[in-house]
Design a protein around this ligand. Structure first.
Ligand SMILES: Cc1ncc(C[n+]2csc(CCOP(=O)(O)OP(=O)(O)O)c2C)c(N)n1
Length: 282
């Protein structure tokens, strides 16, 4: 188990200002929040060196509750804000908290271009397969056939695989886990923060009150058990027969490339070389 106690988690929350929270009973975003805080505590990063940025949505409420530098921005726009912050304060650990809709629908363009540039930030996409905050519209990760308020007869679109999208766009670190696997989430958050470059961590999350209810997925515990029973660690994949892996969600680090040049470093280099050139010409 984690060496970081519950008391430590409380030290990172803005209890006096922001509680109670907006999350529904049984929502697993709070579990992800606990994993993120424990990861930061274990890495012993000073609070002032963390910048947590989000868009709009249930998952994007997370920065509102934590005692870091935090920015709750516009729907779909956390990555451009985070890019500006990283370029201005390159020493800071910039963590983006976003939802499947925020990151891959309205913010899809920014998500892929951050990956293409390989800018150093940790993008945690909390994927509950639906627009939770606005009452259950379908998102780019809603599975085909599933019900949402905007597709009451079943979704006819095929879903995005967020990790494949990030890999295809050039992210240098891509991983996936679920809210059920909270210790794994904590460890992957640490790996993602420690990686220099665009790090995407998809965390599958249960939304029993909207997505679960519309799709008859059972209560919160049932949805958590589903994540446990329908996912496999990448470390186990090679040891299992193909039929045990088929249709399962693969968890773990799916890509890590430490040789890809990072954007902030390239940008700093360019600025320095232009300054030198200007000095010589003066
Ligand atoms: C420009 C703009 N369009 C639409 C909205 C309404 N809106 C708020 S949150 C949201 C969807 C959030 O879904 P997701 O990112 O999946 O997060 P969740 O709430 O499920 O965690 C939408 C469409 C908005 N706030 N701003």
């Amino acid at each position: 188990m984690s060496g970081v106690s519950q008391k430590v988690v409380h030290q990172y929350l803005r209890h006096n200002k922001k509680f109670p929270n907006v999350w529904c009973a049984g929502c697993s975003i709070g579990i992800v929040l606990g994993s993120v805080i424990r990861a930061i505590a274990e890495l012993q990063i000073p609070k002032d060196d963390i910048m947590m940025v989000s868009g709009i949505g249930c998952s994007s409420r997370m920065p509102v509750y934590v005692d870091f530098n935090s920015l709750h921005t516009l729907h779909g726009r956390p990555i451009p804000f985070a890019t500006g912050i990283k370029l201005f304060k390159p020493h800071m650990k910039v963590i983006v908290i976003t939802g499947d809709g925020d990151a891959t629908a309205i913010g899809g363009n920014h998500f892929i271009h951050g990956a293409r540039r390989n800018i150093d930030m940790t993008v945690i996409v909390i994927n509950n397969n639906i627009y939770g905050m606005t009452g259950g519209q379908y998102s780019p990760t809603t599975p085909s056939g599933d019900i949402a308020t905007t597709c009451p007869h079943g979704n006819i679109d095929p879903p995005f695989d967020i990790c494949q999208l990030a890999i295809g766009a050039g992210a240098s670190f891509v991983a996936r886990t679920t809210a059920f696997h909270s210790l794994e989430t904590q460890n992957l958050v640490k790996d993602a923060i420690n990686h220099s470059g665009y790090s995407v961590l998809e965390v599958l999350s249960a939304c029993p009150v909207i997505y679960g209810r519309l799709n008859k997925k059972g209560n919160a515990s049932r949805m958590m058990e589903h994540m446990r029973d329908n996912s496999i660690s990448i470390k186990a994949v090679d040891k299992l027969p193909a039929e045990k892996v088929e249709n399962k969600v693969i968890r773990g680090i799916l890509k890590q490339d430490t040789n890809m040049p990072e954007f902030t470093a390239r940008y700093t280099q360019l600025v320095e070389s232009l300054r030198e050139k200007a000095d010589k010409e003066a």
